[in-house]
Design a protein around this ligand. Structure first.
Ligand SMILES: Nc1ncnc2c1ncn2[C@@H]1O[C@H](COP(=O)(O)OP(=O)(O)OP(=O)(O)O)[C@@H](O)[C@H]1O
Ligand SMILES: [Mg+2]
Length: 302
């Protein structure tokens, strides 16, 4: 299987200062994560708010540089590449953010937004018209500015910008998070159609397991910056293994909330887990293969 992006043992901490800028707190956003995006295998990343999904997406794109670990593009370690050296990578792997209002330049019209994402030799009117067609926007929208469009239309412009440079992979970070249900269905169907037309591979980030099931072949579940389970959708859907994955499938099944902020040196989920044993608070479980391609980091399965 052809590999597009791989990260190995990436780690990222953020230092957060308090309101007055006096006290510092270190947040471990991504902890020793390794994962691979293979061509043609749409991969969903799921987890609660704050679990590190966006940070991981930005690391995969090197929009955020990891403190430790490496990112590979087609087998080449690009972690330390300069922005100029990353130009080829940036053209081939694009991102769509949750909130297009923030990610689109408010002072650029649609034509300019799409043009700037194209290779210079392709910046012709015909090509812009093709891209608008592909995302279902009328041709006269090329003169509009982001504030003159609805949320769904803005997201279509963000998608148009992503496909304009003929990428092979698009990382979509909650692309329908701000949209109503019918617009969400429209955007998901559009992404699905574009995948078939342009042979795209998606990394799909979402809270919503139903969306990931619809869009992806593979799923990665993260909790507090750790991968706790990964596998083919068919495997994880049929038999979710990690108690956290079970919680995502059935949010009332496991004790929650009151212990949510506690962490142990062992399993990051131990304080919320109904099945936690002594070892879970002391030793961090490693991701291990339960069956081919289905991995879980949990002492219940050791
Ligand atoms: N630039 C930053 N500075 C400080 N802390 C950050 C920064 N970016 C992320 N974090 C912290 O890292 C952790 C992971 O954040 P991240 O945005 O990756 O989560 P997420 O899973 O994408 O959440 P959501 O579903 O709400 O988008 C959080 O604790 C967050 O507060
Ligand atoms: Mg996020």
């Amino acid at each position: 299987m052809e590999e597009i992006i791989r990260c190995e043992k990436v780690k990222k901490t953020f230092t957060v200062r308090d309101f007055l800028g006096i006290n510092k707190r270190v947040v471990l956003a991504i902890d020793n994560v390794s994962m691979t995006i293979n061509k043609g295998v749409n991969t969903g990343i799921v987890g609660e708010s704050g679990s590190g999904k966006t940070t991981l997406a930005k690391i995969l794109l090197l929009l955020v540089r990891p403190d430790d670990g490496s990112v590979y593009y087609k087998g080449t370690n690009i972690t330390k590449f300069s922005e100029t050296e990353l130009r080829f990578f940036r053209k081939n792997v694009r991102i769509i953010f949750q909130n297009p209002f923030k990610s689109l330049n408010p002072r650029a019209n649609v034509e300019r937004i799409i043009k700037e994402a194209m290779p210079e030799d392709e910046r012709k009117t015909k090509k812009i018209a093709d891209v608008l067609d592909a995302v279902g926007l009328p041709q006269n929208y090329k003169d509009r500015y982001p504030h003159q469009m609805s949320g769904g239309e803005r997201q279509r412009v963000a998608i148009a910008r992503a496909i304009a440079g003929n990428p092979e992979c698009i990382i979509a970070d909650e692309p329908t998070g701000n949209l109503d249900a019918t617009t969400e269905v429209y955007i998901l169907n559009l992404l699905d159609r574009l995948k078939k037309i342009f042979g795209l591979t998606y990394v799909f980030i979402s809270h919503n397991l139903k969306i990931v099931e619809k869009m992806c072949e593979k799923i990665i579940v993260i909790y507090r910056g750790n991968i706790v389970e990964q596998g083919l959708i068919s495997q994880v859907l049929k038999s979710p293994l990690h108690p956290y994955t079970c919680l995502l499938y059935n949010p009332v099944s496991i004790k929650t909330i009151e212990t949510v902020d506690k962490t142990s040196q062992g399993c990051p989920f131990a304080y919320r887990c109904s099945f936690a044993k002594k070892i879970c608070f002391e030793v961090k479980p490693q991701l291990k293969e339960k069956e081919k391609e289905h991995l879980v980091a949990c002492f219940l399965y050791e």
